[in-house]
Design a protein around this ligand. Structure first.
Ligand code: FAD
Length: 425
């Protein structure tokens, strides 16, 4: 293919062309579906690196967490801290059911794990990559690696002129921008130059650093269900919590980091949390039932009798933090220490200073403003024949396959709209 096409005569008689920017999940899904839905369309993926589908390859520990077994749109949209209303319309066109079916029709059967995450039954992301590559070959999708888009302009005939690294360029009738999330707003300049505005990017999905706190000595200890609140905000979530050598991790923390991504960035990742280790109680209800707990175990040593089924190391730590000696009998527990223990069990306060990326897995909160994109087509409301898909949009989900689901959904919708739009251009 000629990779420097400016100055050529009008391409009215040429095949209509779609250039997809980015060879990730959203770009591939958009490209292969557009090529399949309209064989008269020439589809080209341009990818700045030498690798395709790299996040698909590494996600889910190399197994690719394709989606999440959440089949009702009303429930699905609640898993996205940003983009709920936009996605309500988008999922109406292509949701989890469609995703499972799409892969199954191409020989990739998915299974659901206990926590709802869905993977290929082969337990390797290579199956997903092979499937997408087969589709790309089958429908003649061309791929240009090591080709970074630097800028996009429109010529007099209304076609896009895409400047690529290496002083090359491409001409296209349609563009689908699927370049993923960028960590810095300066990286969006080439998209902003088209007339789009962005929500400032900040990271989502991170764990909390609690440096120097004795809790970190319990690294490796986890509880099945804890609830965590951010002091001075409405942010609260619950779920499994893992104590690490730097602070706290696990689904309860990751979900909170996603819902609070922007607010926590504004606080420069310095804030306090309240952890309830036994969320079936609050401070008030625990105080009310305390005499029963105490009477039931009155003759036993408090260190030997942990009535809340907490991990033993955590129980001993909580006693220690409440100034209670393990040898004391339940009946002899002084009122002051008892109050301290009740507080520590239901609302223990920790100072968070900083964050850590979770297993290198992260997603960007922020991106192209959703008010500038039509969720029914993924077409820009600012520039005609320009489409968006995936994490470049100001949409992000909690962990568990929701970010890939959004990539498949937006890629598919853009493909359908472009494939159906050709005759109108
Ligand atoms: C380690 C890791 C694990 C993850 N695990 C999960 C998970 O288990 N479940 C889940 O749902 N989500 C997970 N995510 C998030 C998920 O991978 C992303 O949300 C999803 O891949 C986004 O797809 P995308 O196609 O929009 O962007 P990307 O996958 O980021 O692809 C964008 C592509 O565009 C290319 N590109 C960028 N700029 C340009 C340019 N100017 N010109 C040309 N090419 C360009 C990039 O090189 C990249 O290949 C994980 C993320 C990471 C980092």
């Amino acid at each position: 293919m000629n990779q420097n096409e400016t100055g050529k005569a009008s391409n009215k008689n040429l095949q209509r062309r779609l250039v997809v920017i980015g060879g990730g999940a959203a770009g591939f899904f958009g490209a292969v579906n557009a090529a399949r839905m309209n064989p008269s369309l020439k589809v080209i993926i341009v990818e700045k690196t030498s690798k395709l589908l790299s996040k698909v390859r590494v996600s889910g520990g190399g197994r690719c967490n394709v989606t999440h077994a959440c089949f009702e749109i009303s429930g699905l949209v609640k898993k996205y801290p940003r983009g709920t209303n936009f996605l309500k319309k988008a999922f109406y066109q292509f949701n989890t059911n469609d995703c499972v079916q799409w892969f199954e029709e191409r020989g990739v059967k998915l299974k659901t794990e206990a926590d709802g995450r869905m993977f290929s039954i082969t337990d390797t992301s290579q199956t997903i990559i092979d499937c997408l590559m087969r589709e790309a070959n089958k429908f003649g999708v061309e791929i240009l690696l090591n080709s970074e888009v630097k800028s996009i302009k429109r010529d007099e005939a209304g076609r896009f002129v895409i400047d690529l690294s290496g002083s090359r360029n491409l001409i296209s009738d349609f563009i689908c921008v699927a370049c993923g999330g960028y960590p810095k707003s300066s990286m969006f300049e080439w998209v902003k130059a088209l007339g789009h505005s962005i929500e400032e990017p900040v990271p989502s999905l991170f764990t909390f650093n609690i440096p120097g706190n004795p809790i970190t000595q319990l690294m490796g200890v986890s509880v099945e269900k804890a609830s965590v609140k951010i002091v001075g905000s409405k942010l609260a979530d619950e779920g499994p919590l893992l104590i690490t050598h730097w602070g706290m991790s696990g689904p309860a923390i990751l979900k909170l980091s996603a819902w609070g991504a922007r607010e926590l960035a504004n606080r420069n990742y310095h804030f306090s949390i309240l952890v309830n280790w036994i969320p079936e109680y609050n401070e008030h209800t625990l105080r009310e039932s305390w005499h029963e707990v105490r009477n039931e175990h009155s003759a036993q040593k408090i260190g030997n009798r942990n009535p809340f089924s907490l991990p033993n190391r955590l129980w001993l730590y909580l006693l220690h933090e409440s100034g209670i000696k393990e040898e004391i009998r339940w009946a002899d527990l002084p009122g002051k220490e008892q109050n301290k223990l009740i507080k520590n069990l239901t609302a223990q306060e920790f100072e968070v200073h900083g964050k850590t990326t979770f297993k290198e897995e992260f997603v960007t909160c922020g991106g192209i403003k959703l008010t500038e994109v039509d969720p029914n087509t993924m077409q820009s409301k600012v520039v005609t024949q320009l489409y968006f898909a995936g994490e470049i949009l100001d949409v992000d989900g909690i962990t568990g396959g929701f970010n890939f689901q959004h990539a498949w959904t937006s890629g598919w919708i853009a493909a359908k709209a472009i494939a159906g739009n050709i005759e109108n251009t």
